[in-house]
Design a protein around this ligand. Structure first.
Ligand code: SAH
Ligand code: SF4
Ligand code: F3S
Length: 438
């Protein structure tokens, strides 16, 4: 019996697909390496309409396949299914779906499959429980050696007015620090070299637990002190909650990567207010200044959205301006997409042509910055974790500050740290060679 998982969306989903894989393997399925599979799971995303349309297109294609193989099990899980009325809509449009589970119901997958196999019963479960219990000792089938993901918290409380995540993932729930520390210790013992802590807003870690000693700074410090040759990253930081203590801890420990993903969304104070982000461009610039004072080489990356309702040309220019000022080492740029049920979807929308022009302008601006930053890496040596092999004897890995580098070497080096001299850059790509220099 073979399984296939189609994963969409963010790292959180990529990690949760490792959990889904484990559930399927426990039931006796193995990963399919071609189009011969007995079960297919869609781990979905609904952050933007484009994400949803892509998934719906893929589900639609299964109609024919299910007709020729009625025993094929089709499960749709994850964020998309948690939207109000979505499960019903999916089943109406694609009656051949067997299982629907929300992002907070993944533990039901094994039971749902057994229920289908033994009693021919479909399971449709997407209760948006405000605060579902945290389940510990979840097993994952990890395939990303030497990198591992570790969830430190679930859900989100921020209700940015454009965002669907709090609706489909429920309220913020933090794991107990001891559980996170033990999980990281075991991963390091197993040989993982880089751990990425995951949460929608890692800086509010612990706010929901009744103990003032449980906070992100303390968690990071405990993790940084685990002995061994490894490093730790985390995402995502919310500018309203990233405090000086966290910056100090990152600066203090070599095991903590000097790399902060700090989504700004917009450079206009009016738009930030309408987005319910709780910081101003001045606050943001202040944080960037503090980070750079303490860690001059820290890579700061961001997410930026254009075309939020009410965004004037002036607001957009404020965004361009802050992009020029900060010089992000990378930026994910998005066109605002109205999400049903969110506040911003009820505001007056901006025509698509304007959004499209703005994003092109923004991308052009950021590309120039990325290109000139890339040039500044040339001639320097960086410690890189070798992560993967690429074609033609090439390897790739990431610097501490998060930049991807390609260099030649044999595949046995995957999972080791190497010093790399950057010899060439091409827009966002860096190329180098292994060196003994430091
Ligand atoms: N929790 C993270 C981000 C999660 S979503 C944070 O707070 O930053 C990842 C990114 O998708 C967001 O940073 C935002 O830039 C983008 N995004 C979220 N909702 C969107 C929407 N409705 N339209 C377009 N982009 C959106
Ligand atoms: Fe969405 Fe805002 Fe929560 Fe991030 S912090 S997941 S953007 S509501
Ligand atoms: Fe992630 Fe998409 Fe859900 S971005 S949290 S998978 S809506």
């Amino acid at each position: 019996m073979f399984y296939k998982i189609n994963t969409y969306g963010c790292q959180m989903n990529v990690h949760e697909s490792e959990r889904i894989a484990k559930s399927l393997e426990k039931l006796g399925y193995t990963l399919a390496n071609d189009d011969n599979y007995d079960i297919i799971v869609f781990n979905t995303c609904c952050i933007r309409d484009t994400a949803e349309q892509k998934i719906l297109g893929h589900i639609g294609k299964l109609k024919k396949i299910k007709k020729s193989n009625p025993k094929l099990i089709i499960a749709i899980v994850g964020c998309m299914t948690g939207q109000a009325g979505k499960a019903e809509e999916l089943l109406k449009k694609y009656p051949f779906i067997d299982i629907v589970l929300g992002a907070n119901n993944l533990e039901e997958l094994e039971y749902a499959i057994l229920n289908l196999q033994t009693r021919h019963k479909k399971t449709i479960l997407t209760p948006n429980d405000e605060k579902p219990e945290i389940i510990e000792n979840i097993e994952y089938s990890r395939t990303s050696m030497p990198n591992a993901w570790v969830n430190i918290m679930y859900g989100c409380n921020n209700f940015c007015t454009y965002c669907i995540v709090p609706f489909v993932r429920g309220r913020e729930r933090s794991r107990q620090p001891q559980a996170i520390i033990s999980e990281c210790e075991s991963l390091i013992k197993e040989g993982y070299k880089e751990i990425t802590l995951l949460g929608q807003n890692v800086n509010s870690y612990g706010n929901d637990l009744d103990d003032e000693n449980i906070n992100f700074a303390n968690l990071l410090e405990s993790l940084a002190q685990i002995p061994g040759d490894h490093r730790i990253r985390f995402m995502t930081s919310h500018p309203k909650d990233l405090n000086e203590k966290v910056i100090d801890i990152i600066a203090k420990y070599d095991t903590l990567c000097k790399n902060i993903h700090l989504p700004i969304q917009s450079g206009s104070n009016k738009i930030l207010k309408d987005m319910n982000r709780h910081y101003t461009r001045e606050n943001y610039l202040e944080i960037v200044k503090k980070i750079r004072e303490k860690m001059p080489l820290c890579g700061i990356t961001t997410d930026i959205m254009v075309g939020f309702p009410g965004e004037s040309e002036e607001d957009f220019n404020d965004t361009l301006d802050i992009v020029r000022q900060v010089k992000f080492s990378g930026a994910f740029t998005y066109i605002y997409s109205p999400r049903k049920g969110t506040k911003a979807s009820l505001m007056e929308q901006i025509p698509y042509e304007i959004k499209s022009k703005r994003i092109q302008k923004l991308i052009k601006e950021q590309n120039q910055i990325t290109k000139s930053l890339s040039k500044s890496y040339e001639g320097n040596v960086y410690r890189v974790l070798v992560e993967d092999t690429k074609e033609e004897g090439n390897l790739c890995g990431r610097t501490d500050c998060g930049r991807l580098v390609t260099f030649s070497g044999s595949s046995e080096l995957v999972g080791t740290f190497k010093n790399i001299l950057i010899t060439k850059s091409q827009s966002a790509s860096l190329f180098g060679r292994i060196t003994e220099e430091k």
